[in-house]
Design a binder for this molecule. Structure first.
Ligand code: PBG
Length: 327
């Protein structure tokens, strides 16, 4: 019988030695909490497919933003749900639209204590649920949409957003928004580009969260899950157009893409752990099939290990607390 000379298990034998050799750590400052605010709500309202996540009222959003700051997370990403949606998504560009009002509320509550980001896309505001304006033939009109995005970006910057996050996957969106921000005197507002965004089934619960009326799908503008090289082209374009940070979305099913993107560009890379990723873990945990807290930290660690420097996650505040106890 011959014995192994090399024994990797030596470095796993106690919590202390495991902690010493741990290669990847997630810090609360790298986590960003996506938050929904619904126009006209008196009380926060639970989202059935995302247990633990709510549509906020303006008042509860302020409080939750203050809690997020207290938890030490890096930022929050705001999504607005208007009472009325229309063909052109006019609630998104209207300075008194719910998202712009909520940005002002949050900025007046937390100021510069955390990074306040806003989703820059029309789908929450359009009656048809698409991310852009429709051409007469029903297709999504790229260039007409760009003009609306430019206006929306300026409205968000004017409301005080530190970072705008274009997520509609229109060609040229980053460049057009950058130019509009600069022309309006908002050269200091950053752009976090959803550069790589796949047409994913895992967005399902989000559509509940924003009460989307989308019929059909977004495959004419979001990417085919089969493609990786295309993502590298997308991030190079967005960086050339002026993106300050780029994002990959979803996260867990696309870790290979994330690590390739990380190697491709030198701007900060974010990943969005989306609604369906959240719902899967919550649903399995509710059935007693997995250990929820361990699963949460395992997914975040994996996303970090694959190359994300910033992680958007609905568990941001809770994970920050767990991490604080751990280190
Ligand atoms: C578009 C947008 C979506 C998400 C973030 N921004 C929906 C989509 O593109 O279909 C999804 C986030 C999630 O699923 O958690 N405004």
């Amino acid at each position: 019988m011959s014995y192994p000379e090399i024994r990797p298990r030596r470095l796993r034998r106690s919590p202390a030695i495991r902690r010493l050799v741990e290669e990847t750590r997630v810090a609360p400052a790298e986590l960003v909490l996506p938050m929904f605010v619904k126009e006209g709500l008196a009380e926060p309202r639970p989202i059935a497919s995302m247990p633990g996540v709510v549509q906020h009222s303006r008042e509860s959003l302020r409080k939750a933003a203050a809690e997020a700051v207290h938890a030490g997370i890096g930022g929050i990403m705001l999504f607005g749900v208007p009472v009325r949606k229309d063909e052109t998504g006019s609630g998104g560009t209207d300075p008194d639209g719910i998202l712009n009002v909520a940005i002002r509320d949050v900025i007046s509550e937390v100021g510069d204590a955390t990074v306040v980001m806003s989703d820059l896309c029309l789908d929450e505001f359009t009656s048809h649920g698409h991310c852009g304006l429709l051409a007469p033939d029903g297709t999504v009109d790229n260039d007409a949409t760009l003009a609306a995005y430019a206006e929306m970006g300026v409205a968000q910057a004017e409301a005080g957003a530190h970072v705008v996050g274009p997520s509609g996957m229109m060609d040229g969106q980053v460049g057009v928004i950058r130019k509009a921000l600069d022309a309006a005197g908002h050269a200091d507002t950053s752009i976090l580009a959803y550069a790589v965004k796949y047409a994913s089934s895992f967005y399902g619960p989000f559509r509940d969260a924003v009460e989307s009326s989308l019929e059909g799908d977004r495959r004419s503008y979001q990417q085919d899950p089969a493609n990786l090289r295309e993502s590298l082209r997308e991030v190079r374009l967005d960086v050339a157009e002026g993106a300050d940070m780029v994002m990959v979305k979803p996260a867990l099913p696309y870790l290979d893409v994330l690590s390739a993107v990380r190697a491709e560009v030198d701007v900060p890379v974010a990943a969005y752990q989306i609604s369906g990723e959240y719902a899967m873990v919550e649903a399995a945990a509710a059935n007693g099939w997995i250990d929820r807290d361990r699963a949460v930290l395992e997914t975040l660690t994996s996303i970090r290990r694959a190359g994300a420097q910033i992680i958007l996650t609905y568990w941001a505040v809770e994970a920050a607390r767990m991490l604080r106890d751990r280190y």
